[in-house]
Write a protein that binds this ligand. Structure first.
Ligand SMILES: [Zn+2]
Length: 53
């Protein structure tokens, strides 16, 4: 599972033709840096809850 580092969304489009780039469909984030699986999920979730208010 991969998560957007900005908003924690799982709606990431992988765009390898742009050079291992991911694009978030929720916040528009675009970059190679993504959060993968469990370890950061809790932190991301906390950020998401905070910013969604
Ligand atoms: Zn995002």
């Amino acid at each position: 599972m991969k998560f957007c580092p900005r908003c924690g969304s799982k709606n990431l489009n992988y765009m390898p033709w742009l050079g291992e780039i991911y694009k978030c469909r929720d916040c528009g984030y675009r970059g190679a840096l993504i959060v993968e699986d469990g370890e950061f999920a809790d932190a991301i979730d906390a950020i998401k809850k905070k910013s969604s208010k």
